[in-house]
Ligand binder design. Structure first.
Ligand SMILES: C[C@H](NC(=O)[C@@H](N)CCCCN)C(=O)O
Length: 462
């Protein structure tokens, strides 16, 4: 072994933060595509003649293969067995392929009345592409979580996870803020003088970004190889082998289930909400559709600043379970404010969205770094995969539920050729998820006290 390999590679701060930048950038590209369609909902209805149910069906596709074909669980097992390099590259390629299919569907004009599986051909194909992409981005997510534990355990782990999430949220912000301007910029005016937005343009942009993200991950794999070599040189096994019976250990752990439940309930009230937030701004707060993504865009912007801050707080002071309780209380407050028929003005929506940004930072910055305190490292890939799997039921089911509720119970009059909706019922549903999340967060705090997981303790080992 060469002299310089004698020190573990992750002891170098420059190197560990640099590799974090590489994999976080890959996630940024994935999150961009995840939410790129959200600000386009009114345009999809106007230009491509989708309705809220089509949109809900398409959005729910994200979780289809993850949930029903257990792709996430297989992904976690593959991750623990084959390692981060193989799994991460596979996930990136799935994201690129899924995005390509979605682009093809949205940019193609299918014959009128063409149907597939009972839905419009275009909607179904776009949904299939999104479902494949969903497998890729979720497996990339668990891979990156494991990479962070590998490089940062015993160091600034929560801060690193917070920064990774913050970077990924830049992708969500770009989706909210850039999508409509991009679609408008490449739009055209027809012979009748009517202007049409170019809906495929932002998706093509995402496809290019995803290719760059894949290259970033490919570069990371070289550093990962070097880290393994340096762990070897230290006489440490790079990653302990995974056995199938480890799954039993995970699923019989009450703390694990409480985290998984909190995850599905909390995120069901956030990610699916983002899919409808731009439309909510138009329908309830009368924001110009061209600017509708701007206010929801504040949500990830807030999280970009706050998630690393709270992560660093958790690293130094602890109080992880308490942070999750506070975040859940804020979630209930926010969605209740959106549901109540008060102050239907843009500035109020803005203030409430900023409060949601706090909640959206508090819970993730404490929840994800808490998993390694409950589950041993060699089972982490599978544990994160199982948590994501439970979460995907919500990411899949809730957008569909909201789309169906809007279509069935919330339709108002058609104004200027556009369907209007009353969002009181959907927002009440989101608030109820917050109430359930709070109950589970309190149970987790109690379980932590009983079992001594150390969720209230600092992560940095002195
Ligand atoms: C880290 C965490 N990631 C997830 O929850 C993913 N399963 C979902 C990714 C959805 C992307 N809009 C997070 O982003 O907080």
């Amino acid at each position: 072994m060469t002299e310089q390999l004698k020190q573990k590679l992750n002891d170098s701060a420059v190197l560990r933060w640099s590799v974090l930048a590489l994999v976080a950038f890959t996630m940024l590209c994935g999150y961009f595509l995840t939410d790129v369609m959200s600000p386009l909902k009114p345009m999809l209805e106007k230009e491509l003649l989708w309705d809220s149910l089509d949109y809900g069906f398409f959005t729910s596709a994200y979780g289809w293969f993850n949930v029903f074909l257990l792709m996430l669980i297989f992904g976690g097992i593959i991750l623990d067995k084959m390692g981060v390099r193989f799994t991460g590259m596979g996930a990136c390629l799935l994201m690129v392929f899924g995005c390509g299919l979605k682009y093809y569907a949205i940019s193609t004009t299918f014959p009128e009345g063409a149907m597939l599986f009972g839905f419009k051909m275009q909607v179904t194909l776009a949904a299939l592409g999104y479902a494949i992409f969903g497998v890729g981005v979720e497996i990339a997510g668990i891979t990156v979580s494991k990479i962070i534990v590998k490089w940062f355990k015993g160091k600034e782990m929560a801060l690193a996870m917070g920064l990774e999430m913050a970077t990924a949220r830049i992708g969500t912000t770009l989706a909210m803020v850039l999508t409509v301007p991009l679609a408008d910029f490449f739009g055209y005016t027809d012979e009748g003088g009517a202007f049409h937005t170019n809906i495929p343009a932002p998706i093509l942009f995402c496809l290019v970004m995803l290719c760059v993200g894949t290259i970033a991950f490919f570069i990371y794999t070289f550093y990962d190889k070097k880290l393994d070599a340096s762990l070897d040189a230290e006489g440490l096994e790079p990653e302990e082998p995974f056995r199938m019976k480890d799954i039993v250990y995970i699923i019989t752990n009450k703390g694990f289930w409480l985290i998984a439940l909190l995850c599905v309930l909390f995120y069901s009230a956030v990610f699916p909400f983002i899919k409808y937030a731009a439309d909510l701004m138009v329908q309830k707060y009368h924001v110009d559709p061209k600017l509708a993504g701007t206010i929801p865009g504040l949500l990830p912007i807030g999280a970009i600043i706050l998630t690393p801050l709270f992560g660093s707080l958790y690293d130094r002071i602890g109080k992880g379970a308490t942070l999750m309780v506070i975040g859940s209380v804020m979630l209930i407050f926010v969605h209740s404010m959106f549901a109540l028929p008060i102050l239907n003005v843009w500035w109020f929506a803005t203030v409430i969205m900023i409060v949601l940004g706090f909640a959206f930072s508090l819970v993730p910055s404490a929840m994800w770094p808490s998993v390694p305190k409950i589950i041993p490292e060699k089972q982490l890939g599978t544990a994160y995969a199982l948590i994501f799997w439970v979460q995907n039921w919500g990411l899949m089911g809730v957008p569909l539920l909201i789309g169906w509720v809007l279509n069935s119970y919330c339709k108002g009059p058609v104004v200027d050729g556009a369907q209007t909706y009353d969002y009181t019922l959907p927002m009440t549903i989101f608030a109820m998820f917050g109430v359930l999340a709070l109950i589970v967060a309190l149970m987790l705090k109690a379980e932590n006290k009983k079992k001594g997981y150390g969720l209230e303790e600092a992560n940095i080992q002195k």
